[in-house]
Every structure is written in structure tokens, then in C-alpha cells.
Design a protein around this ligand. Structure first.
Ligand code: NAP
Length: 279
């Protein structure tokens, strides 16, 4: 029987390498949630990948995510692997249609809404894995208000780092919540990978822009960037491991904020306030 995988964030960057690598290991039916069918078609044009179905989903709105969840519930009776890899870095303050800062929404709220909405299908797998893409940048958050940024206090790098702290905290929270439901939830850092996002981050800072061409071997290829996510998706070594942060296929320490109960409660409280403001 084919395993059923649902992935976001594969239409650029290292996501397509992730699909290629898991497909070499196991036989999957893969659902790609993305906003551009054209990009997906172009990626698959010269590829031998099979069993991939595109579902249009813009992860910047709850309505689009809710519609996708309903569609998936009609299409499949279980999900064995959910990959929350989509992410974005924006130099400028940008809101979604609900008035919420976009990096906070796409990098943190979207994985939360998608995972919770799909949880009945994950439970039905009887051994599902959720893999969230975090970042080494989450380690750089010293303190946070746990709320979406506003136009008045926007600092692009800080907001991006916070969003990655939140998805790391979410990983641990969901791992606890699903511990008796045979769902594991882990996150990881892919390292610095040669993708449009890295270039976009560096373009915004004069020093980094200068350094970009010099990075050479320090920056990973997309194929290398995908490796730890693939490991978390498929390896039998970590079948029962849940609630951890990985780098290079090894568990690493979280930012101390992640393990702090007071901050976790605060994130849940603030997140619920934001969610209750959505339609
Ligand atoms: N690159 C690095 O060095 C690095 C380091 C640490 C962590 N990460 C994380 O790794 C993940 C992948 O990053 P990457 O470097 O491969 O970046 P990327 O090349 O910019 O790819 C990002 C992916 O997310 C998708 N996405 C963004 N906003 C979306 C939305 N509103 N709805 C649906 N899909 C959306 C993009 O879709 P489109 O193709 O439609 O734009 C794209 O497929 C991200 O979570 C990122 O934060 C990257």
C-alpha cells in the first residue's frame, strides 16, 4: 500500500529535492499544497517523479487552508506524512487579508492550522509523522511578545526569527498533544541553503549582500538542505522520537524559550486570541 504524503513549500528551494529523495526511499502518493500550478508543472516537466497531485493552496489565509483541509478529507482516508516546509522572508511589513503580518501567518499559523485540521487523517494513519521546517535563526530570539508584528515595530529579521521560534515551540506542543495518538512531530534546521530565500535575506543587508558570492562551500546545495527533513520523514531510527529539534540528522538543543512553560502558555494564549479574530 502506498504511503500518503502531504507537503508544502516544494515549488521553489529545496522542497522538490525532498520529494525526489523520499520517493527514492518509499512508494508515496504525494499531495503538494502550493499556490502556483504553473511552477509545479515546470518543476515536474523534466522529472521522472510520479504520483504527485497538485492542490492549490495559498498558505496566507485561513479560508484557503480550511478549503484545502476539506478537499483532502474528501480525497484520502489517512495521511502518513505531513511536511510543513513552506516559509517566507519579507523585507517589508506585509499583512494578509485578515490584517495579520504575513511571516507570522505563513511560517507559524499556517502549519498550526494545517496540522490541527488534518489531525483526524494523521490519527487514521496509525503512525504518522509531522515534520516542520524550523531554522537556526530561532536560536537568536532573546525575548518575544508572542504576537504578530505591527507596522510600527517591524524588524524583518526579528520577525522571521520569531516565526521560527514559534514553529519550534509548536512542534513541542503538538508532540505532547499527540503523544498518545501515534503521531510524531519533529522540526529541524536545514542549514544555510542556496535558495531564493537565502538570497532574499542577504539582499536586504549590505554586509551580507557583499558576502553572498563569497559563501562558496559554506552554503548548502538544495539536495543537501533536504537531507535532514528526508531523514525525519522516513528513517526507522526515529520512528518513535517526537518533540525534538534536529540538525544534520542529530537532535540539537532548542532555544531555552522553547522549554519554558510560562512562555509556552503565553504563546498558546496569544495564538488563541489571534485565531479567534479570524473568520
Ligand atoms: N534557505 C535557507 O538557508 C533556510 C535556512 C533555514 C530554514 N529555512 C526554511 O526552509 C523552508 C524552505 O525554504 P527555502 O529556502 O527553500 O525557500 P524558498 O525557495 O523561498 O521556498 C519557499 C517555499 O514556500 C512556499 N510559500 C511561501 N509562501 C507561501 C504561501 N503563501 N502559500 C503557499 N506556499 C508558500 C513557496 O512557494 P512559491 O514557490 O509559490 O513562492 C516556496 O515553495 C522555509 O520554511 C525556510 O524558512 C531555509
Amino acid at each position: 500500500m502506498k504511503k500518503i504524503a502531504v507537503l508544502t513549500g516544494v515549488t521553489s528551494g529545496f522542497g522538490i529535492n525532498w520529494i525526489e529523495q523520499i520517493s527514492d526511499i518509499e512508494n508515496y502518493k504525494i499531495y503538494v499544497l502550493a499556490r502556483s500550478q504553473k511552477k509545479m508543472d515546470e518543476l515536474l516537466e523534466n522529472s521522472s517523479l510520479k504520483n504527485i497531485e497538485f492542490i492549490k493552496c495559498n498558505l496566507d489565509s485561513k479560508v484557503s487552508i480550511d478549503n484545502t483541509i476539506e478537499l483532502l478529507k474528501e480525497k484520502v482516508d489517512r495521511i502518513d506524512l505531513l511536511v510543513n516546509n513552506a516559509g517566507l522572508f519579507l523585507q517589508e511589513y506585509t499583512q494578509n487579508t485578515d490584517g495579520i503580518e504575513l511571516m507570522y501567518f505563513v511560517n507559524y499559523l499556517a502549519p498550526l492550522l494545517l496540522t490541527k485540521g488534518l489531525s483526524p487523517l494523521l490519527v487514521a494513519s496509525g503512525g504518522a509523522r509531522v515534520v516542520n521546517t524550523s531554522s537556526f535563526q530561532h536560536l537568536n530570539v532573546k525575548k518575544s511578545q508572542f504576537t504578530p508584528a505591527t507596522v510600527n515595530n517591524f524588524n524583518a529579521l526579528e520577525v522571521y526569527r520569531e516565526s521560527k521560534l514559534f514553529i519550534t515551540m509548536l512542534t513541542k506542543q503538538l508532540a505532547n498533544e499527540y503523544s498518545d495518538k501515534l503521531i510524531t512531530v519533529n522540526c529541524y534546521d536545514p542549514g544555510m541553503v542556496n535558495t531564493s530565500m537565502t538570497k532574499n535575506v542577504m539582499d536586504g543587508y549590505a554586509v551580507l549582500r557583499f558576502l553572498y558570492p563569497l559563501l562558496g562551500k559554506l552554503i548548502r546545495t538544495p539536495a543537501k538542505g533536504a537531507e535532514t527533513g528526508v531523514y525525519l520523514s522516513t528513517s526507522s531510527e526515529i520512528k518513535n522520537v517526537t518533540g525534538h529539534y534536529f540538525k544534520d540528522k542529530k537532535t540539537k538543543s532548542f532555544n531555552k524559550i522553547v522549554g519554558n512553560e510560562i512562555y509556552n502558555d503565553l504563546l498558546i494564549k496569544r495564538t488563541n486570541e489571534v485565531l479567534s479574530s479570524l473568520n
